[in-house]
Structure formats: structure tokens, C-alpha cells
Design a protein around this ligand. Sequence first.
Ligand code: NAG
Length: 399
Amino acid sequence: MLRWRAPKPPVLSLLLIPAVAGVLLYVGWYSRPPFPNSSPSEGKVHVLLLSSWRSGSSFLGQVFNQHPDVFYLMEPGWHVWMSLQKGGARSLRMAVRDTIRSVFQCDMSVMDAYIPQPQNVSKLFMWSHSRALCSPPACFLTPRDEISKEQECKQQCDVQGLKLAEAACKTYSHVVLKEVRFFELESLYPLLRDPSLDLRIIHLVRDPRAVFRSRDQSAKALMKDSAIVLEQADVPENERSYQILQEICRSHVRIYETAMFKAPDFLRGRYKMIRYEDLVHNTLAEIEAMYQFVGLEMTESLQEWIYRITHGKGKGSKKEAFKITSRNAEDVSLAWRTTLPFEKVQRIQDVCKGAMSQLGYQAVDSEKEQKLMDLNVLTPRERYQFSWLPSKDTTAAKV
Ligand SMILES: *[C@@H]1O[C@H](CO)[C@@H](O)[C@H](O)[C@H]1NC(C)=O
């Protein structure tokens, strides 16, 4: 059932524009469906969590995954990349795009190309983390409005075939997919123009120095992905991690600038950027803003759950899919300041210069500054909020 309703008619908010401050415009624009009641998406909303490796996208994903109106899957594009490993990101992006389009439409037949028989639900990437695959009608384990139990789901909810997953998908008002395999927005344009989809993009970014440190710790697990990001190029070992990070940083700038400064009409009102650091620092407010952006209502049990994860009161937390608390997420986010050698920090700041200034991460100029924890390297978020001008003009105005 679709719970969300347009908060006010568009005409009213247009009349209000001259009278009120930009902040209302900002809220008004984002909370309004871009094409009210004209979309044959049957009221369904499709949300793409667009991020990069080790940027906290699992954390963000859980925020949607646990919502009773959401069918959530992680990384459908993983199947594409793992099946077609010889390629580079560029040549695979349309296959990834078409895969997510099918999954948004609850058509899992696209997986025929990427998942060998028997196609059990358990073959879907990180399937047991998807609450909807552990809830009716996919599996009668977790009621839809309860927080998921990943371990039990893993043991009890595997079935042969993807038909039940398809059927489950169709019963939700929101389909949310997390994907780290897009490096630009243009390949998504056909999805934004597709009348059967009502796509919203949430772009999650994180301090590249924290990303680097986290990638360093899981370099092995990321090896196949890394080769694809580097287009299979033969890059010396000691240079690889910087070149990959550079690609990632460039992609964030590309995506952000396209959405903010040169967005075509069909992208307007459908893009929202969020920094991981703001999410873990100000969790409830940021989640509420994202829910509003995609038309989801906050529920009492979600609020409780968020309180629990942000206050580290993990009652039986070992059994939950989501173990880290925001509080230690914040500590982990700052670990680069004490553990990364300054030469590496300098190198990262160099390859990610553009992204850092665009997204509000300040460079440190010395080892002393790096280790000085009182020095905040995050530019306040307010300076990075924009709103669209009310005209058809594609330029964006700073609030
Ligand atoms: C697929 O699921 C069925 C039904 O739960 C199970 O019996 C079978 O062992 C699973 N097969 C694989 C390959 O996981």
C-alpha cells in the first residue's frame, strides 16, 4: 500500500516561492513528486542508493531495508561484474543498468544471464540481509514490520527459483537497490525517462581518506572489482589503490556536478546527495530527510531501532543484521587520522583534490594537523545544500 501522499499541490508551492525563504523551496521541491499522478509506475517508487565501495552504503542500505514498505536488494550489478569479469566498468555499465531496471520492475528473469542453475534465492548477493526476502510472502519468518534476523533467515528462507522473490517485490510500494558500480549518471537517463519507473537517486559519499583506509584493509576481497574499475589496465601494485581511488573520486564529482549544475529536466528533484559523516553524526534527522525525499513514513519501531543503533544499546544485537552502531561508525570514520601515514594522506588529498573541495572535506597540511582530533576537517553541510530555481532553467542556486 502506498502510504505517501503529496503534501501540497504544486501550484500552491509555486505561489509560495516569492514569499518564503529558499529553505522551504528546498523542502517543497524534494517532497513533491516530479510528475504527480501522471506516472504509470502505479504509485511505486524506485530508489537507487548510488555509492562506492567502503563508503558506508551497507549502513545506508539497512535504513531502507528495515522499512516495512521497502523491498531491498544489494548490488544486482555484482552478478553482472562477476559473470563478465574480463571487461572494464565502462563496457559493463549498460548491462548493469539494464539489470537494475529489470529488478526495479520486479522481473528477476534478467538473472538468467548471471546466476547458474539452480537459481536459489540464496544465490542473490547478500540475500539474507534483505529483510523482504525473510518476510511474507517470500518467507514466513519475520513479520514485515519487524527488524530482520539475518542468521535465522539464512537458515530458513532459501527456496528454489526466484519466483517468490518476484512475487514479494510486487507487494511493496518501494523497491530500493544499492549499487556501487556506476561512475556517472548518464547511463541512468533512460531509467529516469522510463514512464514505468519513478526513480529517485540517493548519492552517498564519504571522506576519501577514510575510504582509502577501509579499502586497504579489504584489498583482497576487492581485487576482482578493482581490476574492472581499472579497465583491466596493468598498473603497478603500489599505484593501484591511488588510481582506483582517483576513479572513485572523479566519479563522485561527475555525478554531483551533473545533478547539481547541468541536470536535464527529468533529473530535477530526483537526486539527493548525502555524506556518510553527516549520516552517522546526525542519524535520525538525515534518515527522516531521505525518507521524505522518497516518500516513506518514519515508523515508531524504526525510530526505536535507530535510537538503539545510535546509542549502542544492542539488545540481542548479535542476532541482528546490522551490528555496528553509528557511534562506533563515527570512530571508524576518523581512524584514518591516527593510522594512515601522512605521506599517504597527502597522496590521497592530491588524487582526490577536486572531490574533496566539491563535497566539503578539508585537506590537512601536516602530520600535526592530521593527528589533531579537535580540528574538524568537515565543512558544514549547510554550505553544500542547493535548491533548484523554480523556472525551467537548468541552473542551480545556492541556498
Ligand atoms: C535450493 O533450495 C532448495 C529448497 O530450499 C534446497 O533443498 C537446495 O539444497 C538448494 N540448492 C542449493 C544449490 O542451494
